[in-house]
Design a protein around this ligand. Sequence first.
Ligand code: HEM
Ligand SMILES: [Cu+2]
Length: 658
Amino acid sequence: MSSADLTSERDLPPEREVSAKGDLAPERDGPRDTGLDDASLHRWLARTWRTPPGIIGALSSVDHKVIARRYLITAFLFLCLGGLNAVAMRVQLSGPQRGLIGPDLYNQLFTMHGVTMMFLFAVPIVQATGIYLVPLMVGTRNIAFPRLTAFSYWVYVSGGIFAWVSFALSMAPDVGWFAYVPLSGPEYSPGKRADVWAQMITYTEVSSLSVAVATIVTVLKQRAPGMSLDKIPLYVWALLVTSFVIVFAMPAVMITSTFLILDRLVGTHIFNQAEGGDALLFQHLFWFFGHPEVYIIFLPATGMVSSIIPAFARRPAFGHLGLVLSLIAVGFLSFGLWVHHMFATGLPKLGASFFTASSMMIAIPNGVQIFCWLATLWDGRPVIRTPLLFVFGFFFIFVIGGLTGVMLASVPLDLQVHDTYFVVAHFHYVLIGGSVFPLLAAAYFWFPKITGRMMSERLGRWHFWLALIGFNAAFFPMHIVGLWGMPRRVYTYPAELDWGNINLFITAGAVLFFLSFVLFTFNLVHGALRGAPAGDNPWDAGTLEWATSSPPPSYNFARIPVVTNVEPLWAEREALPVATGLRVDVRELVISTVAEAHPDIREKSATPSIWPLLAAIAVGGTFLYSIFTPWAIVWGVGPIAITLIGWFWPKDDPEDEE
Ligand code: HEM
Ligand SMILES: [Cu+2]
């Protein structure tokens, strides 16, 4: 291996030298990776970075890969639960006037389905993938703020359990996933159901905001030496933009849910028109988050596609800069569209036209991305494997969803089909096409990295065709029945309307689609237990996560890579240059400059700790209690403060070393 010492002139501005000799007090200094041979380097790092043994050890883990694996499995379980909700709804709707599920349960079902899919599956799973991959792709040893990331996971799980326990108790929210007032206000929703909606939002948003912050800092400050802005992998760009969108969008929904709970518990009248409040404010605040939300789900998916296509086309992505700029443009534009969800509220004409125009405009950067992907494939020598098949499925489905999106952006059409199955069809085309298919592609693509084993290619193809056919059979006819006038959120319909046959067909498609996930689950389990060993880089891909073993060791890289190209592994076929100079007896990271990624300082990464879990329990308990009384916030301060003191209690570690 060629080696670029961190202390060398080339990598470091002289005034901020990272040096073994110079500015550090020698007695605080420990062994470094510089002189060690590979075997003893491995021994040192494995001891320093390991997750402690035992149950407490596992619960204390701050390894981004361990946290991400938990996140991925949990989010997948929520997908299954949300899918079961959907199948239950579809069985009820398979014929006119079926008596399987009554209106009360049906209301809870579609609300839990929407809430689970959006808040407990889609956002967490894209963030989880980022927690796993971003540190590996930028060539660092752990995510920034690993304890905060562990905390996020625990808060997220408690939010999910909270929602699902309330469902088991028949106390689940029944006001739709966006819980409009006045329906969700104190007058029309007595009881606790709407409060459950409001607080489960708070749990999940606290957790996504924390992960977003950790992701942003990892990308901006922990990139491997040499990974200047123009060499950041596209997936990492996508996660960076997404995380910024989260930081600006999520507070809006937390404000919405907090205002709602204030109206319900404290007796404020923020949304109460009769007392001078404003009901439409709820919709504005919600959709100011809600529209960017779909891009929070979609942008990481485009990042996945931008990683997968080059790997199988055997060439770097066409139009790298164009792809990055489109990501950023979509991120910005996503904040200018929210009112297209409110066309039916009777807006001033001029305002409506503005939002029609901006809704159509966002098709442009998305079109640029699709163009670049097709050009990459066109110019490459594509090898068709399961991940690429799912990418093709994504193209097909997402383009249809985009077309109906442009249709819905026009006010007259929207007024016709508002709240019908046409809209349900549209958003499943964009959500499942734009996010679930890329996620499945990503699952097949990165599974070998995570487990060290391959999934079956043959089952993968069966899965793909079953999913593609099942999906279209379930959702395409919804456009038609929507145009016929079938409203969404109804638990049944009269036989005279003649909607029975098409609904039976839709249900059959939904069951087929669900079965494709059973096959997928089998493939996952089978692959994890029996799959062929994968090796470090089974697809011969170019980015850094493939430079380390599969699964990666706790410390990710024995020596920190030095990056000279967007696809470092293709540029440096023989051996990746590496930087040395990090301590091996403590958890040390290279912190680099934002634009050029010059190594700047060495910094400690947090050690395992049980306090994030305890803090999450304190925070979770407070949120839970707060649906009963606002005083919970006052009582919660004590336990939360205690756990935070434990978390941040200074150890005798020296501060960061320049
Ligand atoms: C097995 C696959 C799925 C099926 C069969 C399915 C089916 C349905 C149906 C029938 C409805 C409308 C219920 C009604 O209005 O009465 C619905 C609503 C919804 N679905 Fe799905 N869905 C599936 C997957 C997903 C996924 C993966 C997502 C998100 C990533 C999602 C997000 C939503 C949302 C947000 C709603 C609106 C809920 C509401 O009206 O409050 N669905 N789904
Ligand atoms: Cu929108």
